[in-house]
Ligand binder design. Structure first.
Ligand SMILES: Cc1ncc(COP(=O)(O)O)c(C=O)c1O
Length: 348
């Protein structure tokens, strides 16, 4: 059969999502989901939802939620874009801000979807390697059309130095997308940079702090010209009606999310401390996961042994980071079970 597939797609290695085991009888600490359920107001929202409304197409720009988010951040509605998960937003940016002969920059290691999206768009990839301690020195005169800057970074969980980010945004000629998927768990965010730089956009998700990975919802904040470019190229109805309503209710009840974040931060402190005591190297986490390296047992072996016990953590089969495990912060009970199993494995 003649090759019907575009060349750049034939050679593409797609994104590998974390495992979603079928059984409920496992402890899932591998995909940075929130261990707590979303705000109970969503149950009422679902029961009260008039299903005859589903006959109609949803609001094309998610107006109710968009207004709510704009008000919360003291921005204009034109500064807010709503997406079908932040992954959709990240992908749209490669279409809105990158010419066919343009390029996309990102750090390595960082969110492993960035190179995949760049390859799908079939433009030049300009990765910048982080140092051993996961900080950066930009190559001289570094340029690209778009730079994906995850802060806090994933999978390291660490925040970069804010002054370094500010300096970078001021000198970079293209669009800087600050991916703040985990910013609700961090000690600072970059929202204030929006009023300083026209080339900065900030992307957030409902998947982590709001416990809503299943509804696929994210948003982007930025200069109205960049936002209107995103609106011009998106699918006409990119966010479904149920997601719009549930997202709106979750955002209206933002204090519930903030309380869950505090619980997760407390469990994160316990997990980080216990891992250090067990002889692991632990990066300072500003997220809902901990990035850690065993100084005694290979990470892959630990990952496999834990999996055999029904405990899923994330291991990346990638030379740069193969010595590390990424452990999502679960409930205190889940983390205690994880630590108990780990202690047993380390003794055998
Ligand atoms: C840095 C980063 N950005 C974005 C996402 C994706 O978020 P969403 O579920 O909104 O597509 C993730 C998910 O793991 C992530 O780690």
């Amino acid at each position: 059969m003649k090759n019907l597939i575009k060349e750049s797609v034939s050679s593409l290695e797609g994104y590998t999502p974390g495992e979603q085991p079928g059984s409920k009888n496992v402890i899932k600490l591998n995909t940075n989901e929130n261990p707590y359920p979303p705000v109970p107001a969503l149950s009422d929202g679902l029961s009260n939802f008039d299903i005859s409304e589903l006959r109609k197409y949803p609001n094309p720009v998610s107006s109710k939620l968009r207004n709510e988010i704009a008000d919360y951040y003291n921005l204009e509605v034109d500064n807010v874009f709503i997406g079908n998960g932040s992954d959709e937003i990240l992908a749209l940016c490669t279409r809105a801000f990158v010419e066919d002969n343009g390029s996309v920059g990102y750090f390595e290691p960082s969110y492993s979807l960035y190179p995949v999206l760049t390859a799908i768009r079939d433009v030049e990839q300009r990765p910048v390697s982080l140092n051993e301690n996961f900080t950066w020195v930009m190559p001289e005169n570094f340029e690209a059309s778009l730079f994906y800057l995850a802060n806090p970074n994933a999978p390291t969980g660490m925040c970069f130095d804010k002054n370094q980010i500010i300096e970078f945004c001021g000198s970079f000629p293209g669009v800087v997308l600050i991916d703040e998927a985990y910013a609700d768990f961090a000690s600072y965010n970059c929202i204030d940079l929006l009023s300083k730089f026209d080339n900065v956009v900030i992307c957030r998700t409902f998947s982590k702090s709001f416990s809503l990975a299943g509804i696929r919802l994210g948003y982007m904040l930025g200069n109205e010209k960049l936002i209107s470019a995103m609106i011009a190229i998106k699918d006409s109805y990119n966010v479904n009606a149920l997601t719009q309503e549930l997202g709106y209710l979750a955002f209206k009840n933002i204090d519930y999310m903030k309380a869950n974040v505090e619980k997760i931060k407390a469990t994160r402190a316990v997990l980080s401390q216990e891992l250090s005591q067990l002889g692991f190297e632990v990066c300072k986490s500003e997220t809902n996961f901990v990035w850690t390296k065993s100084l005694k047992v290979p990470a892959k072996k630990l990952y496999e042994q834990l999996k055999a016990k029904g405990i899923f953590v994330r291991y990346f089969n990638d030379d740069l980071i193969k010595d590390y495990l990424r452990i999502t912060v679960g409930t205190p009970e889940e983390i205690q079970r994880f630590l108990e199993e780990l202690r047993v494995l380390l003794k055998t």
